[in-house]
Design a protein around this ligand. Structure first.
Ligand SMILES: [Zn+2]
Ligand SMILES: [Zn+2]
Length: 713
């Protein structure tokens, strides 16, 4: 790669080894993501879309790079990749839904949806084998049920049979005058004594009986056994469609594509498919472990168990199978897709991975690294953006960007084997060598404070720590409940259900855009044109581009492939109508203002106290590298959480109590230390801060820790 200049990249030349794992690291905003996504992945995707020749709707911007040679087809497992179709769920993304469909279609027990009795169709060979397994000398009568009616006895006689059973009694046809209306009537097809050499005759008998009985064969010895050779409930005559995997490939909640009544009644190991899909990946793991490995299902079960086992090792046991993909955290989604790629055994592909191990403990990070190494073994090239020590230690090649963020980054400060990284005096080098140091931030003591049965300290940074699954988030929620009413202003920086809208962005979310709209509307140009603040809104009609409704991009549905977003052809990604784009404040058009990153905006837009307060808060929580207008739905979960935190911190009155769950998720430790400084400043201003985190950098900077025990035995 030669001359990469996207975003803050400064003419980066880089040689990446093919067929190996390269880890890109560096502080947030140092340029590693620009290289991975805006350059490598964008160019890979552009070449791929050109090959597909998708016409008309728009175009992918060519990345600002002189040359990229030997670029393999590129797949990004990117926390920021959008565009899941609405029916995608954990079950479909992981392909466990397909695996379950095959399991149920091949090995399921059908039950009559009307009466609940089991329906077990058997082939003629199976029926014969079961009859031959009876003790030698057993007297067997093969019979077929028929419908009684006028002329039926004559018909039976013409077909060559001489005996019938009426109402349970066997008789020769000529001995019977007439069959009472509605009486149970059977044709006696053959009477045989079970001997090993009678296979041929029994087989003929079964075939004849099945033809006469329309698929139902009754074997009478001292007892009666009813066989069916097609899915049919003999109790009430209910016909069922044949059992096959296709019947379990349904889309929940979509009429026509839904699961039919008979398929819903099918059981494996006593469980219906909807009950299994209603559970978690961990519950599925337990369910599969309890199934007996029959001949038919052995390979199938082994494969499913292996795939589910991988997901459990990746820390995904708690994920419900039915959860829609759009409601799954991006980190979880990435791991689901990573596991699926490894299972599909593709090769010759460049995978670009976005922080695959963010927020994971060493054990789960080791499982992620194992999968990534599998991808490399299969003949792929992997470029991962990450700074987890476990992933770094497992890399073949490391590239660190820096030295700082935004305009202070954009250069390669180290490229080489991981062993050399520890000697570098760079952010990641210091981290890797254990030379990165932090200390307690803010006040260190205060009066005791009891909340939700836990002892905390007022006016300092508190942290609830413990391994994943120990209940940190649950405790944090009870602390929030216990605190409401006792604290004047409570800031809960938990990710709520608040929709991450395509037109929502850091600028609109924090009120920066509303301030800028007022400033734009007060310019001479805007007043001459008659524009008001509403003209610069992206949410309402007026000044925005209506083709893309102010998004700058249009969605192209490539079902079944993930949707892609292409730059809008009408506004060329500028989001507003041409005349609106003529208005400038501080020399910048509306789209140029939105394109500023927060660090730049803080510099360029200085002088307005309200703006400055919000931008400083955004910078303090480590979002300095994020563009003001970046769509909120492309922010990672951690970024969105910090965005909410910044919005609260920017308010004019300082909060009394600040609560945040996993605030450092996805942050480089250097940025985590900066974030902890911001929390320390809040504590200095009198706030009580309570964080939940397993991150040693967060725990190390807290004045008081509540440690929860490991729930695992
Ligand atoms: Zn039935
Ligand atoms: Zn447009």
């Amino acid at each position: 790669m030669r001359g990469a200049r996207d975003n803050n990249l400064r003419d980066v030349d880089l040689d990446l080894p093919l067929g190996a794992l390269t880890v890109l690291c560096g502080p947030s905003g140092s340029g590693k993501s620009s290289l991975a996504y805006d350059t490598l992945h964008r160019e890979g995707q552009r070449r791929y879309l050109e090959a597909l020749m998708i016409a008309g709707t728009g175009s992918l911007r060519r990345p600002d790079v002189e040359a990229i040679d030997h670029l393999p087809p590129t797949i990004a497992l990117d926390q920021r990749v959008r565009g899941f179709a609405s029916h995608e769920s954990v079950a479909s993304v992981s392909e466990l839904g397909v695996g379950l469909a095959v399991l149920y279609g091949r090995t399921g027990l059908q039950r009559c949806p009307r009466c609940g009795r089991p329906v077990v169709p058997k082939s003629h060979d199976t029926i014969v084998a079961e009859l031959l397994a009876m003790p030698v000398g057993t007297r067997l009568t093969l019979e077929a049920p028929v419908t009684s009616g006028p002329g039926v006895l004559e018909e039976i006689q013409r077909a060559g049979f001489s005996r019938v059973r009426v109402d349970g009694r066997m008789a020769r046809i000529e001995e019977i005058g007439a069959v009472p209306e509605g009486a149970p009537l059977r044709v006696v097809v053959d009477r045989i004594k079970i001997e090993p050499d009678r296979r041929g005759r029994i087989h003929d008998g079964v075939r004849l009986a099945s033809r006469a009985g329309r698929g139902v064969v009754i074997a009478v010895t001292e007892a009666e056994t009813v066989f069916v050779d097609r899915p049919l409930c003999v109790h009430d005559g209910m016909e069922l469609p044949a059992l096959e995997p296709g019947r379990f490939r349904f889309r929940a909640g979509e009429p026509g594509l839904g699961l039919d009544e008979a398929a819903a009644a099918v059981e494996v190991g006593g469980e219906r498919v909807l009950d299994v899909l209603g559970g978690t990946i961990g519950a599925l793991d337990g369910f599969l472990a309890g199934l007996p490995a029959s001949e038919v299902a052995k390979d199938l079960l082994d494969d499913l168990r292996r795939r589910v086992g991988i997901l459990v090792s990746l820390g995904l046991a708690g994920l419900p199978l039915e959860r829609p993909a759009e409601h799954v955290s991006r980190g979880e989604l990435l791991r689901l897709r990573l596991a699926r790629q490894v299972s599909s055994r593709v090769s010759g592909v460049l995978f670009v991975l976005d922080e695959p191990a963010a927020g994971l403990d060493d054990e789960a990070a080791g499982a992620v690294l194992g999968l990534v190494r599998d991808l490399v073994e299969q003949g792929n090239t992997v470029v991962a953006v990450d700074h987890h020590p476990v992933v770094l230690a497992g890399a073949d090649h490391v590239v660190e960007f820096g030295p700082g963020a935004g305009p202070h980054g954009g250069t390669v400060v180290y490229a080489g084997p991981v062993a050399g990284l520890a000697e570098q005096d760079t952010a990641t080098g210091r981290l890797f060598a254990g030379r990165l140091e932090g200390g307690v931030e803010g006040p260190t003591s205060g009066e005791a404070l009891d909340l939700a049965g836990r002892r905390l300290v007022r006016g300092v940074v508190n942290v609830v720590s413990g391994p994943s699954g120990s209940g940190k988030t649950v405790l944090l929620k009870s602390i929030v409940d216990a605190a409401s009413g006792r604290f004047e202003r409570l800031v809960d920086a938990e990710v709520g259900s608040s929709a991450k809208h395509k037109r929502s962005s850091p600028a609109t979310f924090t009120g920066v855009w509303s301030l800028l709209r007022d400033l734009l509307a007060q310019t001479r140009e805007a007043r001459i044109q008659g524009f008001d603040a509403g003209t610069f809104s992206l949410n309402t009609k007026g000044g925005r581009c209506e083709t893309c409704q102010g998004a700058g991009e249009v969605r192209v549905v490539l079902d079944p492939l993930p949707d892609v977003w292409l730059t809008c052809d009408v506004c060329h990604g500028r989001r507003f109508q041409t005349d609106v784009l003529q208005v400038r404040w501080k020399g910048l058009a509306p789209d140029e203002l939105l394109a500023l990153d927060i660090e730049e905006a803080h510099r360029v837009l200085a002088g307005n106290p309200k703006l400055e307060r919000i931008l400083r808060a955004l910078r303090d929580v480590g979002l300095g590298y994020v563009q003001l207008g970046r769509p909120a739905d492309t922010l990672s979960g951690g970024e969105f959480r910090r965005l909410r935190l910044a919005r609260e911190l920017a308010r004019s009155t300082g909060p009394d109590l600040v609560v945040a769950d996993d605030p450092s998720l996805g942050l480089h430790p250097v940025d985590t230390l900066a974030l902890m400084k911001a929390f320390g400043r809040l504590a200095e201003a009198g706030a009580t801060v309570v964080l939940a985190s397993g991150d040693p950098w967060v725990v190390g900077a807290a004045a008081h820790a509540v440690r929860l025990a490991d729930p695992r035995p």
